[in-house]
Design a protein around this ligand. Structure first.
Ligand code: ATR
Length: 282
């Protein structure tokens, strides 16, 4: 679509940024809604990140989304943050106000929950949840599960100290399980979530035996490249309901788009197919 001199601007800031699906995603919505706007990739090295954030609103930008490389720095660089960002310890969406102040939010917990509820009708969190991993993504997932009322959230991570750090930061229903105890931790769980990089293209499959997992338990892999990870394939083969990682990416983008471009967008099958096509060959 053609844009005018008054087009609204937003982008994705990362280092690297070439792999990001955000331009494909946001420009689909811009086209669909006929909005005079553009969403561009912004390759910015970490040492220039804070400065770039201050310059962009003075050049007409309404905000940015930031890739994982910048998310912790973004928490420090903005003027105000929302509650999920504070709890998760990272900012993934920045809104640039007219007075050039920066508001940081984190929409990953929302994205995780929205995609889960859209995929599994009537999902309830009364049984314990198991989260594999203890990085930034695990924190967002744990926040989402806690807010959904999960009775117990078991964090299982290869490096125990990181799981303990996460438990200390979030508290509440979180329990730490040693990596060697991960098989037993699955026994009475209602949902298993992989937040590690294992299963991603170029990485080994997640080293986890599903034998002890109830066949009614939901298996959610936040990895979306490939869309069917070895974990999702194994879960499907034994009859577990599964949730892939792409929907989380799509849903987490809704709030930023609405703030920058003034229209609340929708996650549809057509959008999903469009973004999925962008993964081809990676
Ligand atoms: P993010 O912030 O995107 O979640 P991260 O902080 O790099 O990324 O976290 C990656 C997660 O994948 C971590 O939980 C990591 O475990 P460690 O804390 O032990 O490093 C996990 N991970 C990476 N490689 C792994 C492997 N080979 N086996 C098990 N877990 C692995």
């Amino acid at each position: 679509m053609t844009i005018s001199g008054n087009a609204r601007l937003a982008g994705v800031m990362g280092w690297p940024v070439g792999h990001s699906l955000s331009p494909r995603l946001h420009n689909y919505w811009l086209d669909l809604h006929g909005i005079d706007g553009a969403f561009v990739p912004l390759p910015v090295a970490p040492e220039h990140f804070a400065q770039a954030l201050r310059i962009l609103p003075r050049r007409g930008f309404r905000g940015v989304t930031v890739t994982v490389a910048h998310q912790a720095a973004a928490l420090q660089a903005v003027d105000r943050v929302d509650e999920p960002a504070r709890r998760i310890g990272a900012v993934n969406t920045i809104i640039m106000n007219e007075d050039c102040t920066l508001f940081g939010s984190n929409s990953d917990a929302y994205g995780f929950r929205a995609h889960l509820l859209a995929s599994i009708a009537g999902y309830d969190t009364s049984s314990p949840a198991v989260v594999i991993g203890a990085g930034g993504a695990a924190r967002a997932v744990a926040v989402a599960l806690a807010d959904m009322g999960a009775r117990e959230i078991r964090i299982v991570n290869r490096t125990l100290a990181r799981a303990e750090e996460l438990a200390l930061a979030l508290g509440g229903a979180i329990r730490v399980v040693d990596w060697s105890g991960r098989g037993r931790a699955l026994e009475d769980t209602g949902i298993l979530v992989n937040t590690t990089t294992q299963g991603m293209s170029g990485q080994k499959p997640l080293d986890l035996d599903l034998a002890t997992l109830d066949r009614r338990a939901v298996v959610y892999d936040i990895v979306y490249n490939p869309i069917e990870t070895p974990l999702i394939r194994a879960a499907r083969a034994r009859g577990n309901p599964t949730v892939d990682g792409l929907g989380m990416l799509l849903h987490q983008a809704e709030a930023g788009f609405a703030a920058w471009f003034g229209v609340r967008p929708e996650v549809t099958e057509d959008l999903r197919a469009h973004v999925l096509a962008g993964l081809g060959g990676r």
